[in-house]
Structure formats: C-alpha cells, structure tokens
Design a protein around this ligand. Structure first.
Ligand code: PMP
Length: 354
C-alpha cells in the first residue's frame, strides 16, 4: 500500500444489478415492464432546451408541490432527491447521528449496510425469523434509529400498519424510516401515520410503480421539522440534485393517476398468476406483495439456475448470502416475458427431475 493510501477512505461498495445493454428478458432489477405515463413523452417532446442553460430550481418546487397535492400534505413535508438511493443516503447522514447502533434486518436492502459503513454509523442487524419475517420485538431495544423497507426486499413481504405502529410506539425517541419502494404493489402506506408519529420518515420512489428508474426520482414525506433537517444537509452537500428534465417528467407522471393505477393492477395480476405457475413447478416463496418474487426450489441449485437463465438471455437476480443462498429474486415482467421464463423453467425442472 502506498503511504498516501493510508488516508484514503476505503469502502465496500453496493453492487447494483446488471444492466445489460443488449436485448434480454430483464427480470433482475425490479423495473416496471411498461412505459411511463404518456404525458411524460409529450413533455419531453416539448422540452424547452434553452432552459438547460440555467441551474434548475434547487428546491424542486414544482415536483415537491405536485407530490404534496397527490398525498394531501404540505409542500414543506416533501423532500425530493435523485432516486430514493439519494434520499436514503441523505436520511442516513441527517438522522442517524448517535453513538448507539441503528437497527435494520439482517436480510434487507443491502445498501443500508454500505451507507452505515460509509458514514461510520454503528449498526446491528436483527435476524428475520425462519419465515423471513421481521421480528418486531427485536426493535424494542435501545438504538440510534430504525430503518426497514415495507414490503421488505428481497423477501417481498409486506407488514400491515399496526405492525409499523408497534415499532413506532417502541421507538419514540429515535427516527424511524420506512422505505416504501414497493408500497404501490402492496397495501396501505405509512404516510397516513406521519401526523401521529413525529419521528417517522416515509421514503418512496418513481423507479418501480411509476416506471421511471432511468429518471432517478425519489422522495421522503414527513413533518416540516424533519424535512427541514434533511434539506439543511442536502444544501450542505449539493444544492442542485434534481435536473430540469427529471423535474418536468416527474410532475407529468404524478398527474396521471389513472394510468398509474392501471399499470400497477396489470403487474399485480401478472404476479398472482406467476405465483400459481411457480407453485406448479415446485418453487416455494414468501407471499409477495411487491413487483418481484423471492423463490427457492428443493431440488434446484439457485446459482446454477441463475446461470442457465442468463445463457438463455433471461436475467434474474442471485443475491447469495448465508441464509438465502438458494433463492432467486425474479421481477414481475409482462405476461409474455413471464411466459418465456416459465417455458424455460418447465424444461429445466423436468430435466433435473429425470
Ligand atoms: N429501497 C429499496 C428497498 C430498493 O429495492 C431500491 C431499489 N434498488 C431502492 C430503495 C432504490 O431505488 P431508487 O434509487 O431507484 O429509487
């Protein structure tokens, strides 16, 4: 090691899913298989490119306002960022500043550990139970903050609001962040609890249900005090996080509630049908309330199946890790994409059984 390397911050980075540039059946990073709302395309066609000379609005006012209207909260209760990854990174930096460990599940979004390490935040990871569910009592102990996704990823399991409230009740003195990247495919959002729990921050994204992973838009909803703390840190880091194009497209996407609900319904219907197909092939999985399924098979090695699928140009996600070594995470695609997956799986399962 060179002498100067001693002073360099060393981190073990998050490993994002593959983004192959050729045409494949892409079921590996939980994107939406349908295009964004038609108004987004229209807005892009009419973009005022001259506007690009100027810095964008640092407060992202138009997008903040449309989200505030959509959720029935004040503009001062919304914070936006470059995907929920950016929003979550800001939340870690802002809200987790204690000597006590923050808590998040042992099997969850792997970025949490990376941010905790990057910002030198102590952390503990209570184990999910043998059905891969969060054990709420594990979050009763003293801590420096709590974060978990609902539905959890990669398990796909959704917990009802009374479960979230129980964790909030036991954590009045720290910030609790609920990462709702997949909430639109699941059930009630914890946003309805923000008036009752002043320590609650709910984070959502445009990347999944709103079909805009490529635009990088995420947001947090909370009370004005916590949103102010978040903005103070953001303005100490980078004032102009949201580019002009994302702001315009984001506003258009939020306008079209009908289109949004239609696409979500299509994905949920495909998911429910996919569950039956997978069951018939001998796969088991938690009851997904997300746009992905977390599957395992008693006779099939997940890693090998992952590689076989990849050779057939069907990309799913193998995450590995001690307790989930034999699982694959499969994004719910279009009906046709899932048909192609199942015809491959039928052959594969049959050949393993012979
Ligand atoms: N939270 C969870 C649980 C996720 O799975 C993801 C997607 N990788 C994100 C947050 C981040 O998504 P994005 O930055 O695209 O909003």
């Amino acid at each position: 090691m060179k002498a100067f390397e001693k002073n360099i911050r060393k981190v073990e980075p998050y490993v994002p899913g593959e983004q192959p540039q050729n045409k494949v059946i892409k079921l590996n990073t939980n994107e939406n298989p349908y295009p964004p709302a038609p108004g987004v395309k229209e807005a892009l066609l009419h973009m005022d490119t001259d506007r690009m000379r100027l810095y964008p609005d640092p407060a992202a006012g138009t997008l903040v306002h449309s989200l505030a209207e959509y959720y029935g909260v004040g503009d001062d209760q919304v914070f936006v960022g470059v995907g929920s990854d950016d929003v979550l990174a800001m939340c870690f930096l802002t809200f987790f500043h204690s000597d006590k460990p923050i808590l998040f599940p042992d099997i969850t979004y792997s970025f949490y550990k990376v941010w905790a390490e990057l910002y030198r935040i102590p952390y503990e990871c209570p184990a999910l139970d043998d059905k891969l569910r969060i054990v709420q009592e594990d979050y009763y102990k003293e801590n420096g903050g709590v974060i978990f996704p609902n539905p959890n990823a990669p398990t796909s399991i959704y917990e009802e609001l009374d479960f979230i409230e129980d964790i909030l009740e036991h954590n009045r003195d720290v910030i609790v962040i609920v990462d709702e990247a997949y909430i639109d495919f699941a059930g009630k959002s914890a946003i309805e609890l923000i008036d009752r729990y002043e320590n609650l921050v709910v984070v959502q994204t445009f990347s999944k249900a709103r079909s805009m992973a490529g635009m990088r838009i995420g947001y947090a909803i909370s009370n004005p005090l916590l949103i102010k703390y978040l903005n103070d840190v953001k303005y100490s880091f980078n004032s102009y996080t949201m580019n002009q194009t994302s702001l315009v497209c984001g506003v258009e996407a939020v306008k079209d509630r009908d289109y949004f609900e239609e696409q979500v319904k299509k994905i949920v219907d495909t998911r429910e049908w996919a569950k039956e197909e997978l069951r018939a092939l001998g796969f088991t999985f938690p009851d997904s309330k997300s746009n992905f399924l977390f599957v395992t098979h008693p006779q099939i090695a997940a890693k090998k199946l992952f590689e076989a699928l990849k050779s057939a140009n069907i990309y799913v996600r193998f995450l590995g890790g001690s307790r989930i070594q034999n699982y694959l995470r499969i994004t719910v695609g279009t009906r046709e994409e899932m048909e192609a997956l199942f015809s491959f799986l039928r052959e594969y399962v049959k050949s393993k059984g012979e």
